[in-house]
Design a protein around this ligand. Structure first.
Ligand code: 73E
Length: 836
């Protein structure tokens, strides 16, 4: 617990209602907020009023740390990390802030004493779903670790009015509902209208010679949009550092509409206003699927320009010269979504601040780092040149000039290699012309990294090979990590208490210390307790499933879980084939020995991704048949949980026995769900893909269920002309599974419904499900056998948790700080403003 400064002797210490941490003070502050902010007295207050009053009570306690932090950074001119990301999938703030402030238990008690249930209030929070999946959640974990490690940092992104859609399931199909997360207000953010900036689009450029005789360019835009920053404090775990997440909201500029208003074009002026506001209206719900929409490029330009202008403002406020930009800021590009920053920083330095090219380029390339998150060709961002030039006429000029100089460098290093030049060019000229954002990011950055060891190797060998040949020294790996504060301490309090009772609570900040519970893996008492906890959490989830879906699941069955975005490369349908295999076994011999399993799925499909939506329908259809077949006698249950999001993820990971990480080798860059499961004691069934490789190295091959082709084998098989139908024809069991689907058995006799799925598997099978099928089935059989020996299973489970230290996002952030950002911690002292 934090202590207040010692009062002068003889005086009475009264805790301030906005900072005090005693139960009595917390209760008083809470009731005060209910009254003065929500304007309600207890008899009239709704659950949401109580949630808001509590959120404000907690926010007050963050504010003092936040202001101390800002003041220290300003006074010390601290070197700062800026994490530019189109997505921040933060999850609910309240619980996490209680953990990081170290007041979870006090608040729990204060609420109980007021006759309220903290869990109910926590459930009340609408999560800000400002991301699609792993990439956005990674950004959120990194903010938590940056603050915890006391690194000065700002997260910059977009304040989407509508985040990722809410998913409902109707008749087994996904239905998308708009996410109105701001409906009841957002107590965690503070608008900063003083720091609004303007962003230009369209129009044309004009060149002129300035008063010093220098060639300059002026951009005359077609429209100007205002960016308004909203700040959310990001508190570290049990430190005083509270960094900032600054999200930009688009508004119409006041000045720009005047002409229209004065000329009587009221409608035109209002239209222009709503048009501007569209920019931050909605998150594109595509995960790893590029869509070349103008609005998306407007969004990227919008938050990038706002953020870079904000950095320049900060620099100038601290009386630092622009030359110091790369010393003051290290700017990380979270994939290519913010890659336009390379051209925008050049433009700001040259056109707005009068700098010459060489100087501006030197500053720019020392500033940026670029993280690649995917090798999937359909995710690569390339903008049609025409669209790009019309929206960003000045940026295309700058990109041409960057390209001209860059290709000259290439010619020097690789003379007479036109193929290489055309591959490296920032402009794709092979057919219709495109601007290649990954190429821009590579040329404009001093460091390029992948997100797991295997992925970083593949980046060098495949998509960015030519850049690796050109600049080998820029390439590194930083394996992803996840925050144990949210994904263990907050989500699994029972396991947290057990571990802490044995080894103290240092592991929460130094996850490597979890190794110290290895010594208890053979202690029968510890094993028993570990297993009891898992059992109790599974019971809770079973109750939740019953209330949500009316399906009864047996908490002693093996909880086999796959939660992630629905994508063919992630192979949820391979999991489904295994379910049908087991079902067929039961149908052939109802008394067959089958380890009872509950198959849980969760995840959203991109609204325009037909095959992913069909996979959701497929899983639900299997569930409909299997769950009520009397021959199955409850031994198999299949449940698709709707609307998988961060809040729900926190309930799911602790309840898993088995974590499904079954992507085709070489396709999943890292995965981070795999880490969250394993930290909570689930065993993994997985391929040698992404971070699975490193997880298996850490936990030991004997505590990991490995199957499937390797990346090299996948490539070789494809090169040799892969024919999935051969597997179908030569494997009886597989044939029976496929035939059962094709016969309409899971679709009320309709043989057409799943035909696209079946045809795809038999004749295309881009992700090699059929090639991996037998290996997967055999491996699942080992899982079933292993689960029968619960004592041994629990031992493996404990060892998984104990050996996950490497996958704390604290380790990832340390890697970034040392190898890429070159930034040091700046500890924050707690000062008391009320005394001064
Ligand atoms: O393997 C994951 C990785 O763990 C990868 O698929 C994901 O990023 C995670 C964090 O590194 C990812 N998401 C996207 N690309 N890679 C993406 C692309 C376009 C839009 C939204 C997300």
């Amino acid at each position: 617990m934090q202590t207040l400064p010692t009062p002068p002797s003889g005086s009475v210490q009264i805790e301030d209602d906005r900072t005090g941490l005693s139960i009595e003070t917390l209760k008083r502050a809470f009731l005060d907020n209910l009254f003065y902010i929500q304007g309600k007295f207890p008899a009239l207050a709704s659950k949401n009023d109580y949630y808001m009053a509590l959120a404000y009570t907690v926010r007050d306690r963050l504010l003092r740390r936040w202001l101390n932090t800002a003041e220290t950074y300003t006074n010390t001119q601290a070197r700062t990390v800026c994490y530019l990301s189109a997505e921040f999938l933060m999850g609910p703030h309240l619980g996490n802030n209680l953990i990081n402030l170290g007041i979870y238990d006090q608040i729990n008690q204060a609420m109980t004493e007021l006759g309220l249930d903290l869990n109910e209030l926590l459930q009340q929070e609408e999560e800000p779903g400002l991301g699609n999946g792993g990439l956005g959640r990674l950004a959120a974990c990194y903010l938590d670790s940056l603050a915890t490690l006391e690194i000065p940092a700002l997260g910059y992104g977009i304040r989407y009015e509508f985040g990722i859609f809410d998913q409902e399931i109707r008749d087994g199909w996904q239905v998308e509902i708009t996410d109105k997360w701001l409906r009841y207000g957002n107590p965690w953010e503070i608008a900063r209208p003083d720091w609004a900036v303007e962003v230009k689009y369209g129009g044309h450029t004009e060149s002129f010679i300035d008063e010093h005789g220098n060639y300059r360019v002026r951009w005359v835009p077609f429209k100007v949009v205002k960016g308004l920053p909203y700040d959310t404090p990001i508190l570290g775990y049990k430190v005083n550092t509270a960094n900032t997440l600054r999200l930009w909201s688009a508004e119409a500029t006041e000045s720009f509409d005047f002409g229209a208003f004065n000329s009587g074009d009221y409608f035109g002026a209002v239209h222009q206003k709503s048009n501007s506001e569209n920019i931050s209206k909605v998150l594109y719900p595509n995960d790893e699927q590029y869509q070349g929409k103008v609005l998306r490029l407007e969004q990227q330009m919008f938050f990038v320009s706002c953020s870079l202008q904000d950095m320049i403002r900060i620099l100038q406020m601290q009386n630092m010269s622009l030359e110091k930009f790369p010393e003051k800021f290290s700017v990380q590009l979270n994939d290519t979504h913010p890659a336009i920053a390379v051209a925008e920083l050049m433009r700001l330095l040259m056109d707005e601040h009068g700098m010459q090219w060489d100087n501006a380029w030197n500053i720019t390339t020392r500033t940026f780092g670029y993280t690649n998150h995917t090798l999937l060709p359909e995710a690569l961002e390339r903008w049609p040149l025409k669209l790009f030039s019309e929206l960003l006429p000045r940026h295309i000029e700058i990109i041409y000039e960057i390209n001209r100089r860059f290709l000259d460098d290439v010619r020097i290093k690789f003379p007479d290699d036109p193929g290489r030049l055309s591959r490296l060019s920032l402009i794709d000229e092979s057919g219709e012309k495109y601007v290649r954002m990954a190429n821009l990011a590579c040329v404009g950055s001093s460091a390029i990294n992948g997100v797991a060891a295997l992925h970083s190797e593949l980046v060098k060998q495949t998509v960015l090979k030519d850049f690796y040949d050109m600049y080998p020294e820029k390439f590194t790996n930083v394996t992803n990590g996840v925050t144990p504060r949210r994904f263990v301490v907050l989500s699994n309090p029972r396991m947290t208490s057990l571990i802490t009772s044995k080894i103290g609570d240092n592991w929460i900040k130094h996850l490597d210390e979890l190794r110290r519970i290895e010594q208890f893996a053979d202690d029968p008492g510890f094993r028993y307790e570990f297993r009891q906890i898992k059992q109790a959490i599974k019971q809770d989830l079973a109750n939740h499933i019953k209330s949500e879906t009316d399906v009864e699941v047996d908490p002693s069955s093996l909880f086999d879980i796959q939660v992630k975005r629905i994508h063919e490369y992630k192979r949820q349908h391979l999991n489904a084939l295994h379910i049908i295999h087991l079902y067929n076994r039961i149908k052939a011999n109802p008394s067959a020995e089958i380890t009872p399993r509950t198959f849980l799925f969760g995840g959203k499909a991109a609204p325009g991704y037909y095959m992913a939506k069909l996979i959701i329908k497929f899983i639900n259809s299997i569930g409909e048949v299997v769950n009520r077949d009397p021959d199955v006698a409850g031994r198999l249950k299949v449940v698709f949980l709707k609307d998988y999001n961060v809040k729900f993820a926190q309930r799911v990971y602790p309840a898993a026995d088995l974590s499904e990480q079954i992507s085709t080798a070489g396709k999943e860059a890292s995965g981070t769900g795999n880490m969250k499961f394993s930290m909570n004691g689930a065993l993994t069934i997985g391929t040698l893909d992404g971070a699975n490789v490193e997880i298996r190295e850490e936990v030991g091959a004997e505590n990991f269920f490995l199957f499937g082709l390797t990346t090299e084998e996948v490539a070789a098989k494809k090169a040799a002309g892969y024919r999935p139908i051969d597997y179908y024809e030569s494997n009886n069991d597989l044939r029976q599974v496929i035939d059962r689907i094709a016969s309409g058995f899971f679709s009320h006799g309709d043989t057409g419904l799943f035909r696209p799925l079946v045809d795809n598997l038999l004749h295309k099978d881009e992700y090699l499900l059929l090639a991996d099928y037998q290996s997967y089935i055999d491996c699942q059989e080992q899982v079933s056998q292993a689960y029968r020996n619960w004592d041994h299973w629990t031992r493996m489970s404990i060892l998984n948790t104990a050996r996950m230290g490497k996958f704390s996002s604290d380790r990832s952030i340390r890697d970034y700080c040392q190898n890429i950002w070159k930034v040091q911690p700046v500890p924050i002292e707690l000062k008391d403003y009320t005394q001064s």
